[in-house]
Ligand binder design. Structure first.
Ligand SMILES: [Fe+2]
Length: 352
């Protein structure tokens, strides 16, 4: 691993841990929204239209000669959105979204003057392997967003370290509720993917981390009994919702058929609240008034100039966004590997 390059992926500050981020009443209302408005689709189902598209997009990652099967890509973690962009979708939890305490936390984390909530979602799950996929969350830049730019390019831009001036300042407050006996924590690499990870350990009940997940590798720790982490019959269209027969319990269904029942103590609930942060009035105005936006031309100008400085030979591509050789070159020069060190597999916690 190129240690100097790996150092780019470090958050603005060490994550801060906060206990009891939501009151019991807020937690009950958040969970109420999840219970009353489900069942909820897999995280993956939010990103891909169907199983074929998922396999086509990700099968490059599996070794040659291995036939891609849907199960290799499925993870039984389900998601719903509590806001649409900056608008809270459920009035009964609007105090959790437009939350002064959260805004204070992210402003303090960044040492910034201004912040606004810009997204809220939840993940729900039972037992899950989940720990094998550390990642950084996708981000955006002034003038460059998901609406006009492919994710690979924005991810590459982050890893070059050349576009920090334009990168959105973001922070999240992520909260967990999990009482299970095995794993279920949060693993993160605050000092970079070349250093050892840290872990927030379960059981957690309203413990939260203030983070910048766009600049820090992170992943869920595996949780629950190992033999229950991949329910038979899990499909792209599986759903998770309350078990109508057991109060507090949950179930996963595939096309109407129950494939797994999850007791309350194996239920893991994550609430993700995100904000945009502006260090000062200048930065806020520059963003809102679009006085310093990036364009695609400017991005490639900057990249080509940097390649020249590094002495990397590269002809100016006529269509850089779709030039496979150019994209591969960017990956070679700026790629940052996944983390070097992983925590051991979680063991069962003794009762009491
Ligand atoms: Fe993430």
């Amino acid at each position: 691993m190129d240690i100097e390059r790996a150092k780019i992926l470090r958050p603005v500050a060490e994550p801060r841990i906060v206990e009891r981020i939501y009151s019991d009443d807020q937690h009950a209302r958040l969970l109420g929204v999840v219970k009353q408005n489900g069942p909820w689709p897999l995280i993956l189902a939010h990103h891909f239209k169907n199983a074929e598209e998922l396999i086509a997009t990700t099968s490059g990652m599996i070794p040659e000669g291995v036939e891609p099967k849907l199960e290799m890509f499925l993870s039984p973690v389900f998601r719903g959105f509590l806001s649409y962009d900056k608008v809270c979708l459920y009035p009964e939890i609007q105090d959790c979204f437009y939350a002064p305490r959260m805004l204070d936390l992210v402003r303090a984390y960044w040492g910034a003057k201004y912040a606004e909530p810009d997204g809220m979602l939840f993940n729900i799950q039972g037992p899950c392997a989940g720990g094998g996929s550390p990642h950084v969350d996708a981000t955006r830049f002034r003038g460059i967003t998901l609406e006009n730019t492919p994710v690979w390019l924005m991810n590459t831009m982050v890893k070059t370290g050349l576009f920090e001036r334009w990168q959105a300042r973001k922070a999240q407050v992520i909260a967990w509720y999990y009482k299970g006996r095995i794993g279920g924590g949060f693993t993160y690499w605050p000092d970079g993917p070349h250093e050892r990870p840290k872990q927030l350990r379960a059981p957690m009940w309203g413990r939260a981390a203030v983070v910048e997940n766009e600049m820090m590798f992170h992943t869920a720790e595996p949780c629950g009994p190992a033999d229950q982490r991949m329910p038979a019959g899990l499909g792209f269209d599986s759903l998770m919702g309350p078990d109508p027969e057991r109060d507090g319990a949950w179930q996963i269904t595939t096309r109407g058929e129950v494939i797994q029942r999850i007791p309350e103590e194996e239920f893991r609930f994550l609430v993700h609240w995100g904000a945009s942060v502006y260090r000062d009035l200048d930065e806020l105005k520059t963003a809102i008034d679009h006085t310093d936006d990036l364009s695609h031309d400017r991005i490639f100008e900057i990249l080509l100039a940097d390649l020249a400085t590094r002495g990397v030979p590269c002809e100016t591509p006529s269509d850089p966004m779709n030039d496979r050789r150019f994209i591969a070159l960017l990956n070679d020069v700026y790629g940052i590997d996944r983390p070097l060190h992983f925590p051991p597999e979680p063991e069962e916690r003794l009762a009491g």
